[in-house]
Design a protein around this ligand. Sequence first.
Ligand code: MG
Length: 250
Amino acid sequence: MKIVRLLYKKEELWGILKNNHINTVRNHPYQRIRLTSKQILFKKVKLLAPTIPTKIILAGLNYKDHARELKMKIPKEPVIFLKPPTTIVGHNEAIVYPEGVKRLDYEAELAVVIKKRARNISARNAKKYILGYTCLNDVTARDLQKKDGQWTRAKSFDTFCPIGPWVETDFNPEKANIKLYVNGKLKQDSCTSNFIFSVDYLVSFISKVMTLLPGDVISSGTPAGVGPLKKHNIVEVEIKGIGRLRNKII
Ligand code: MG
């Protein structure tokens, strides 16, 4: 099932995408979904980011191929950081290149959307707390990350967290192909089988630090092949079994 959030005739709605149409839902999708009788043609809507989180928690180094590329040791426990919810944009929305930034990087990532309040849960139970999966681009001002010695400014500019195009509920995060394209050219190409920490482990680990609420986003890190973006580039994150998230740099 593909859960979408959309703008239609100036109204923000939630819906389920099936073939070329969207069935709108009565409630928000973090509860049991109740469909309305309203159907809208997919091509008539503008997609919005498919979740409204209270926080976005991201894992640092979490792919073996990326650790090898950086000549770094495999970490013993996840390194996590936050992006504020104001960084979020949806499919086809613009990423704004901030003035003064010298190096802007893409990072293709698989993200999880939380379904219900989770506090101190085990990895074995994590799936019960996951609504579904989506594509995320962890846009980073690399020069500022190095200069500041910590990550907040580099990761937190408005528009630095494209998410979408939808939340896929039927998806196996253990062996999914993940790719990133800049202007149609393949730049990252890996598989989530290269994960150091599984998605379930990350959800559990983070839930032991902070309470996770419906809609919260957990992102699982990026594979090898990170590189720069320039103004007017089209950047796309594609995860097999989910879809393709497209954004333009302005
Ligand atoms: Mg990242």
